[in-house]
Design a protein around this ligand. Structure first.
Ligand code: F6P
Length: 492
């Protein structure tokens, strides 16, 4: 492809698939995750471009390619980092879209930076997309881009996917710039969400606030049709299966259990250190279970990985302080010299080590107050090929819509949380295996590559033909995406 004629496919995301690491000789290291693998593969097959922020405000050098795909950096200044990223994206939209677990802050100077940075992304996309190209815009940081881009380049096919929840109408109505955000999203041809009810929230609020006509699945905006649907994201199942069978990873998982003192039960939490994840509440529940004698020091061990995130935000700093205080209290009360009951790590983890931890864990605790999807839940299930392992999952994670066979819990209910953890610990093996088999069938039904293909296929318009066939089921908003052919137990 000759980039001078423009790219046929452009992915626009706040972050590039690489991040800057001062301590490494390489400088630009790949950002791990299924999303990066999926989008990289799609871009490779289309010779496409990934456009995003390199994650540092003053890069000395800029990454230009990754795994054979072209990268284009969109710069943001230190002031924009504070007002656009820490401010409007993560202290206005993030809490508002996560059920206002923390009060969202509304500041006009943050909004102004959001508009400016969104314009910059839109202009860059307009510059690099070829005639009639497809542009796929991602996430809450860039909700104005679809409309801005359409104004600049009406010839483009534009898709938008929101990775986090879309809030209820009542919450969304708080946003002073609610009409601008809705109009921004309606610039897309297809707007995708993690869950059907998020898609429905969006369509309803668009009808109510902007008076657009249409159903939950199809809205009519200025003579155009905007399709709306649920596209629950998934994981790279093949990559996990490979690691699960890797003798080094298996040996490491055994070594982890030995290092933990060969306990009977390992309970595991893996989260970004974020106030939406409910880590603190989980530790409180576990502390009470030790006090009640349901958990016993020496016999039951907890591992909590808290991946550092948005550390310059005061909410995150406070969350970390409180969490670390709770962890040290549980250990102070229940631990012995050289034998803490909670093994807490505040650090990034290579994916191989995570898979070894998933293999070592008898009970996985995924208890966010609100989460768009939560891929940790799916990754854990994908690792349990021998049908062992028990998943405690928050009803408020997007994954709970699909993973109905988990031990589902309301994380706001401390007693309920304790009960679900106890149930997961004590359920007989046969019914636990039945649950895991159901979970695995569900996870295997769609991997992240099918997720990306499903979205892009619908964006390309083929869904319209399907819809004609289904005539009369116009209100179907998902979930979309095809099955993965993975035989249950075959990778055991
Ligand atoms: O879940 C939304 C998300 O933006 C992810 O895409 C990302 O991995 C995570 O939150 C952390 O985001 P960031 O470090 O870019 O603020």
């Amino acid at each position: 492809m000759d980039p001078r004629n423009g790219y046929r496919l452009v992915v626009v995301a706040n972050r590039l698939p690489v991040h800057y690491d001062q301590s490494s000789d390489e400088r630009w290291l790949p950002s791990p995750g299924g999303l990066v693998s999926a989008l990289t593969r799609v871009l490779q097959s289309h010779e496409g471009l990934w456009l995003g922020w390199p994650g540092v405000t003053h890069p000395h050098e800029k990454p230009t390619s990754y795994e054979g795909i072209d990268l284009q950096s969109v710069d943001i200044s230190q002031d924009e980092y504070e007002r656009f990223y820490l401010g409007f994206s993560n202290a206005t939209l993030w809490p508002l879209y996560h059920d206002a677990i923390r009060s969202p802050n509304f500041h006009r100077h943050w909004w102004e930076a959001y508009v400016t940075v969104n314009e910059r992304f839109a202009r860059a996309a307009a510059r690099h997309a070829g005639p009639g190209a497809t542009v796929w815009v991602h996430d809450y940081q860039l909700q104005l881009v679809p409309q801005m881009l359409r104004e600049l380049r009406p010839d483009l096919r534009i898709g938008f996917f929101l990775h986090i929840p879309f809030p209820s109408i009542e919450l969304f109505m708080q946003l002073p710039w609610r009409r601008r955000i809705l109009a921004g999203l309606l610039g897309a041809d297809l707007v995708g969400f993690q869950e059907p009810h998020a898609a429905a929230n969006f369509s309803r609020v668009a009808r109510r606030l902007l008076g657009v006509a249409g159903t939950d699945a199809r809205l009519h905006q200025m003579g155009r049709e905007v399709r709306v649907g649920a596209y629950p994201i998934s994981i790279d199942i093949a990559q996990i299966s490979r690691l699960v069978h890797d003798p080094a990873v298996r040996a490491r998982s055994q070594e982890i259990r030995a290092e933990l003192g060969s306990p009977e039960v390992v309970l595991l939490g893996v989260d970004r250190l974020d106030y939406t994840k409910g880590i603190q509440q989980r530790i409180t529940a576990l502390a009470e279970l030790y006090r009640d004698g349901v958990l016993q020091a020496g016999r039951d061990v907890i591992v909590q990985i808290a991946v550092p995130s948005r550390e310059s935000d005061p909410h995150y700093e406070r969350e970390r302080r409180h969490l670390e205080q709770s962890v040290s209290e549980v250990n102070g009360e229940n631990g012995q010299v050289g034998r803490p009951v909670v093994h807490y790590l505040h650090q990034n983890m290579p994916f191989e080590e995570l898979v070894a931890l998933y293999l070592a864990a008898d009970v996985m605790l995924v208890t966010p107050f609100r989460d768009g999807m939560n891929l940790v839940a799916k990754e854990y299930v994908a690792c349990r090929a021998d049908l062992t392992g028990r998943l405690v999952l928050s009803e408020f994670a997007g994954a709970a819509t699909e993973l109905r066979a988990a031990f589902l819990v309301n994380p706001h209910d401390l007693d309920g949380l304790k009960e679900s953890i106890t149930q997961a610990l004590t359920t007989d093996e046969k019914s636990a295996r039945r649950r895991m088999a159901r979970l695995r069938r569900q996870v295997a039904s769609r991997d992240v590559f099918q997720w990306a293909d499903g979205f892009l296929t619908d964006l390309a318009g083929r869904s319209q033909d399907l819809d004609e066939v289904r005539d009369g089921v116009d209100d179907e908003i998902g979930p979309h995406g095809g099955p993965v052919h993975l035989v249950e137990g075959a990778d055991a």
